[in-house]
Write a new protein. Structure first.
Length: 164
């Protein structure tokens, strides 16, 4: 189980992306995730105590509840190491990830070329950008791998506004 620790008080260099206390804006999930909790937020919010210490998320996915709660301290976990790697890069190096994503073009040929690239051959930022790109351009944001651990979801029929 891969983990990502988020603590606004003890890691000020990590607050650029996940800092919602500054400016009053709440972040939202930046990836789609099958089985995501966005539609369950009204019910889940009623189950969360008004005051709590550290937030623990064992099934991070798109992070809907984490982003909705805006905890000051959290341990985010998921068994998908590519997902956790992506969150770490977006947390620590968001501008580099955005720049790398901006170079990718939406299209079926680009999608399959990117999908065929082995993530372990890429730099950390390129690997995270690949993850986000595939998530946003594949069929329904479905993260699926074959027995060899290779991403194999097909290209989705998407609108260009998805990458905004």
């Amino acid at each position: 189980m891969e983990q990502l620790t988020h603590d606004l008080h003890n890691a000020p260099h990590q607050t650029y992306l996940f800092s919602w206390r500054q400016g009053g804006l709440k972040p939202k999930p930046f990836i789609k995730w099958a089985g995501g909790k966005s539609h369950l937020l009204p019910v889940l919010r009623r189950c969360v105590p008004k005051n709590f210490g550290r937030y623990f998320e064992p099934f991070l996915g798109g992070g809907a509840l984490f982003f909705n709660l805006c905890p000051t301290s959290a341990v985010l976990s998921d068994s998908n190491h590519e997902l956790i790697h992506c969150y770490k890069i977006v947390r620590d190096r968001p501008q580099e990830a955005i720049e790398r994503l901006s170079k990718l073009r939406i299209g079926e040929e680009e999608f399959y070329k990117t999908r065929a690239t082995r993530p372990e051959t890429l730099s950390d930022v390129a690997r995270a950008a690949r993850f986000i790109y595939l998530n946003k351009t594949c069929f329904n944001g479905l993260y699926r791998v074959n027995k060899k651990g290779l991403f194999n979801a097909p290209f989705g029929r998407i609108k260009l506004a998805v990458m905004k």
